[in-house]
Design a protein around this ligand. Sequence first.
Ligand SMILES: [Cu+2]
Length: 285
Amino acid sequence: MSGTRVLSILGIVVIATLGAAGMAAAQPIVGVPHEWQVGFPASYTPVMDRVESLHDILLVIITLISLFVLVLLVYAVWRFHAARNTTPSTTTHHTALEIAWTVIPILILVGIAIPSFRLLYYSDKAVAAAFTIKVTGLQWYWTYNYPDHGDFAVESRMLPEAERLKQKPTMPRMLAVDEEMVIPKGTTIRVVGTASGLSMHGWTVPGFGIKKTVIPGRLNEGWINVRNEGYYFGQCSQICGDNHSYMPIAVRVVSKDVFDKWVEQKKKSAGLMPATDVASAPTNR
Ligand SMILES: [Cu+2]
């Protein structure tokens, strides 16, 4: 093999390694709407998996009911047309039929309610959560507190278009924020939400299957466990006021190592000792 050939192969290897390292450092943009998208966004959490399965079951049930009603209507129009049915029936009551059309829909609704309530309670409370994040909706931005990591806070505001182009041009317009909520992948995280001020807000990330209305003076709970690293986006889903449409939700999911490093850095810049935990955190806050 000639010297130049070896050099060029080496060059390719170096470039490929650097490229891979660069890609590993930045998370891909995953949870965003796509053009011509129909139906649900892709699912990234166990809760959203179940939301999609429930939707699939319901779609079958409502399709069968709609087809059944359509067939009945078409049959009635054809069978009881004035020309075909010159002497109409004088029957006004049919007890068995009336019981059937009351009881069968009740059974269908109960059949739908059972998986629906099961899902509601599955998404409601985190089982064995690794830690908690407190989400606060303000007019008009979000703060994320990490009470199990010394209670530092992250303020998350939408980047105006000029700033986005300057700082984060690859991020989607109207969804990019100055600081994302950062979480580790594959970890169950309890999300408790409240609002400050007079407005309610809605902390909603469609791909996570979470939509928590956050209310001043109350704490609402949900949980997330995101499988893969990346950027995921959502929007406030309560009509909360003037700048309702300018308070996007951006979540950066990273590896556990990167998350730990990020936490250390946040603690330092918040003036917390690196070893601060819940037990030794200052109590005068
Ligand atoms: Cu809002």
